[in-house]
Design a protein around this ligand. Sequence first.
Ligand code: 4NP
Length: 155
Amino acid sequence: MTQQKILFVCLGNICRSPMAEGIFRDYVEKNRAERSFIIDSAGTSGYHQGELPDARMRVHASRRGYHLAHRSRRFQQEDFERFDKIIAMDDTNVERLHGMAFGDEQKAKISKMTDYCRVFKATEIPDPYYGGDSGFEHVIDLLEDACKGLLDELI
Ligand code: 4NP
């Protein structure tokens, strides 16, 4: 298998996309497929540049055995060249990425995380930032489902 470069994208890069990165990395490691993937995440905003994931997201992640050590960074146009698949968490971020893409080849790299869900019928990974604990748990439920679907598709 050739190496596949996957980038997860949300707005702040402190909740959903670093969580997606952490879950996908865990599944890839459990499948002993580390050498087959480069995995990263980014935000379409730079509001939280350099920060660790949101403390609430890290607490909910660690309860399920995931350790999140990513530092927030803003998505750059060059990421369209660096990555094979650019996976956004919601429609707004899909639209933002489409607005930054040059040409059909770059646009074709964009997809939405919920497209890979097999169990949940959701169409977006909802932003948990202004909500409570249940929102963070729901994000992890959706992302675990989507990451399983994504890995099945890629391996
Ligand atoms: P994320 O969540 O896009 O899943 O990282 C958010 C984080 C921060 C903000 C919004 C959403 N914010 O407005 O600062």
